[in-house]
Design a protein around this ligand. Structure first.
Ligand SMILES: NC(=O)c1ccc[n+]([C@@H]2O[C@H](COP(=O)([O-])OP(=O)(O)OC[C@H]3O[C@@H](n4cnc5c(N)ncnc54)[C@H](OP(=O)(O)O)[C@@H]3O)[C@@H](O)[C@H]2O)c1
Length: 272
């Protein structure tokens, strides 16, 4: 189901680091469970695998939402459009539903790559455009320089990281947020309070973390190779965390656990 503001689906299935048969099998299972939004990137090297399996699912193309992201190395004038055209061919689609810039150019100006993204939109290559890993300063710069509204900023978002500033600025400038590393790649399981809250709702630790993200108004991206985990990550719309639950989880954000940083990604900017 799309979010109220931007048309971005609320639950997406991530595909990193899956490739080949492992990706295809995971996507088939995810689609059976009900996922209709699939997240890939030029960087993941799996767009052709995703493009190969989607037509086999027997799902009307209009019901699917494919997100892909332009590789940071393709953000020059000569490489940008050919890379997007290759993504279209690999994904076997005439239009990408959500086309993102994967990373900003560290702390350098964002306008040149945003101009190329706008051109791709103007050519009809994307239904929605957005960014990923943008800071508050970058989001403000983006709305100043673009003719088209950015649908989404996909950022690391989970209970062990305080993203209040990014969330507040996104709301202020009219960009929705999407999550990645939503269960902090398993780190959340070290925090028993999530399980305790889950017990009172008949839900798991992961479901509590994901529901906290949903109640922050952020669209989810999760990835799993296991049917049970995929199912569990999808079933987060049928319960509500109380204010007290939310506050207990908010308190975990002081952990300051960040997976994507300058040590792990060479394009990372200085975070808010
Ligand atoms: N824009 C960006 O820069 C960026 C960066 C990173 C990721 N992403 C996107 O976001 C997606 C999700 O992020 P992520 O995969 O890095 O991190 P994640 O969702 O926090 O963690 C995925 C890991 O958690 C396990 N898992 C998933 N659900 C579980 C559950 N309910 N219980 C226990 N374990 C569970 C999975 O293992 P099992 O297979 O064993 O379930 C997998 O190893 C990616 O696939 C990618 O599409 C985007």
């Amino acid at each position: 189901m799309p979010t109220a503001f931007t048309g971005i689906f609320k639950r997406g299935f991530g595909t990193f680091p899956l490739r080949g048969e492992e990706l295809k099998s995971a996507v088939r299972t995810a689609a059976e469970i009900g996922y209709r939004a699939f997240d890939t990137a030029q960087w993941y090297g799996n767009e052709a695998d995703l493009g190969g399996v989607l037509p086999e699912l027997g799902i009307d193309r209009a019901s699917l939402q494919i997100t892909t992201k332009v590789h940071p190395h393709n953000m020059s004038v000569d490489k940008f459009m050919p890379s997007v055209e290759q993504s279209l061919r690999d994904l076997k689609t005439e239009r990408i539903d959500v086309l993102l810039l994967h990373w900003p150019p560290n702390d350098n100006p964002v306008e040149p790559s945003l101009t190329l993204l706008q051109e791709a939109y103007d050519k009809g290559y994307a239904k929605h455009i957005g960014v990923s890993n943008y800071t508050t300063t970058m989001m403000r710069a983006a709305v100043r320089c673009l003719d088209t509204k950015l649908a989404i900023n996909q950022v690391e978002f989970h209970p062990l990281l305080n993203q209040d500033k990014v969330l507040a600025t996104a709301a202020e400038v009219g960009i929705s947020l999407g999550s990645y590393c939503s269960i902090a790649r398993g780190e959340i399981f070290k925090y028993p309070v999530l399980g305790e809250i889950g017990e009172s709702h008949g839900k798991s630790t992961a479901q509590v973390a994901l529901r906290w993200i949903v109640q922050k108004g952020v669209a989810l991206n999760t990835m799993s190779t296991k049917r049970a985990n995929m199912r569990s990550n999808f079933d987060v719309m049928d319960f509500v965390l109380s204010l007290s639950d939310m506050q207990k989880i908010d308190a975990l954000t002081t952990a300051g656990y960040r997976i994507s940083n300058a040590a792990t990604v060479p394009f990372a900017p200085t975070w808010d």
